[in-house]
Structure formats: C-alpha cells, structure tokens
Design a protein around this ligand. Structure first.
Ligand code: ZN
Length: 277
C-alpha cells in the first residue's frame, strides 16, 4: 500500500520511529515525504536515508513559504542532484504550487517559485507534486503560458504531475488528464461536507488515481480513523490511517479494495519509481 503525499518531517509528529513502525505494520510499503521549505529538506533527506525501502524524499518550496531567500533555488537543485544519484528513486519535486486561499499571498513570488520548480521537473524528468487551492484558473493559465513558450505538446513534463488532494471541479478533469495529471485522494474528502469532492473522484480515470494521507494534516472523519493520534495542538492525522482511506474510497467508487489496491500500486510505480521507460 502506498501513500502518495505526507509530511513525516512535520514537528507535530513526535516519536517518528514508532509511527514508522505502525505504518509498516499496517501494510504501507512506500510513501512520498514532501518537504515544504529549505528548513525541512534536510530532515526529509535524513528520514529517507534511514528508511530507504519505505520513504521517497520529495523536495519543494510550498506556496505558503514564498517569497523565500533567493539561495533556495540552488539548494533545491543540490538536493535533487543528490536524489538523482541514488539507485532506486527518482528526484522528486514538491510540495509546490499556487494558493489564493491564504491571506496576503504574493502572486509574483508564488508564480516565480512554481515556474522554477516546473522547469526543474522538466530538466530532471521528475515526478512533481502540486498544491492548488482557489487557484485553478491561475494554474491553467500558467501551464498554457509554458506550453506556448516551450512549444511542447505536454503542458509540463513527459512524466506528468500529481495534483495532491485534488479539490478542483469535475469539469476540469479532461483538460488536466490530457496535460498529464495524476490526482490523489486524501481522507479529509471523506468528511460529509466534502461530498462534492468524493463525487468528483468518480470521474477520474482509474489509471490516474493515487491515494494520500497528507499526514499530519487532512484528518479524516472519525469513522475512517484507525490510529487516533494526539499532539500538543490537538488531534492530527496518523499516517497509518491510510488503509481506512483505501477502504472507504474503494466503497465510494464501487470497487473491491483489492482492485483499488492493484490500480494504485501500478499508478504509483508508473509515476514515482525509476522503472518507467
Ligand atoms: Zn501536503
């Protein structure tokens, strides 16, 4: 079982080693740990170094952390170059993206950071994980501008991109699919007030679907929590809740859990692992 997106380096996760043991015990075989700023990339790298069979490191500048001191670009390139030298994993980029949900956002800084990370994804043919919140028009415009400038067929990279915790509309799916998008489902969308998102996932092609916890964020509703976890800031999402998210998503899509597992395993390997030709 694979988790396409989480933040094991988050300081709210205490006892990381015991959490990782629970993850393994619950059947998780691979997860992608996303850095969000230069301040957490080293922690991500060390986690992956200690658990190379489980953790795929991903390095990115989250839109909430823009603008950032200019040397982040060189530093990010260094982390990706190091990842690229490892035998089993690809250099992964993310979490990056565009966000108009936060207050006082800096559009220019977000756009600059996002474009730089898309450029790196092309250069390394890297899996890139994208966060888009209240910014779908802006995102599509950015991709179209890039397509015009590069004159390429694909809007981003040959490998495509992952829209993590997809929250866009059903209508956008065809354009995003042809641009190379994968879509990951987070347990938070099992909340009753997120019924629209769950409905949207019924329209996503099965060969573009992934599942994530986004732990310690995106807490699922009580019925989908197998591993309650408290931090000083209240309840947080335990990464081992993943298995419940698979179960609930399979039910919602009218698939057997085994069938969903098989699709996700294949998609995860196509997008994130080195065996793609
Ligand atoms: Zn995240």
């Amino acid at each position: 079982m694979t988790d396409a997106h989480l933040h094991l380096q988050d300081p709210r996760i205490l006892n990381t080693e015991s959490i990782i043991r629970s993850m393994r015990k619950s059947g998780i075989t691979r997860c992608v740990v996303n850095g969000t700023s230069p301040s957490d990339w080293e922690k991500v790298r060390l986690l992956a170094e200690s658990h190379p069979d489980l953790i795929i490191p991903s390095y990115g500048l989250h839109p909430w952390n823009t603008p950032c001191k200019e040397n982040w670009k060189l530093l990010l390139r260094d982390y990706l170059t190091e990842s690229n030298s490892l035998s089993k994993v690809l250099p992964c980029i993310g979490e990056c993206g565009l966000d108009r949900w936060i207050t006082d956002y800096n559009m220019k800084a977000q756009e600059d950071a996002f474009n730089y990370q898309l450029d790196l994804a092309s250069e390394f043919n890297a899996p890139i994980t994208i966060h888009i919140l209240k910014a779908w028009g802006w995102f599509l415009e950015t991709l179209r501008d890039r397509q015009e400038a590069n004159g390429t067929q694909s809007l981003t990279t040959e490998r495509g991109f992952l829209l993590h915790s997809y929250n866009g509309s059903t209508e956008l799916i065809p354009e995003l699919v042809s641009a190379g998008a994968y879509f990951s489902f987070s347990g938070y969308s099992l909340n009753t007030d997120k019924a629209n998102t769950l409905e949207t996932f019924r329209h996503i092609p099965l060969d573009r679907l992934l599942v994530e916890t986004d732990a310690p964020d995106m807490l699922p509703p009580a019925h989908a929590i197998s591993h309650p976890l408290q931090s000083t800031a209240g309840y947080i999402n335990h990464p081992a809740n993943l298995s419940m998210i698979y179960q609930e998503l399979a039910k919602a899509l009218g698939l057997s859990t085994e069938n969903l597992h098989a699709h996700i395993a294949k998609n995860f390997s196509t997008f994130f692992l080195k065996n793609k030709t």
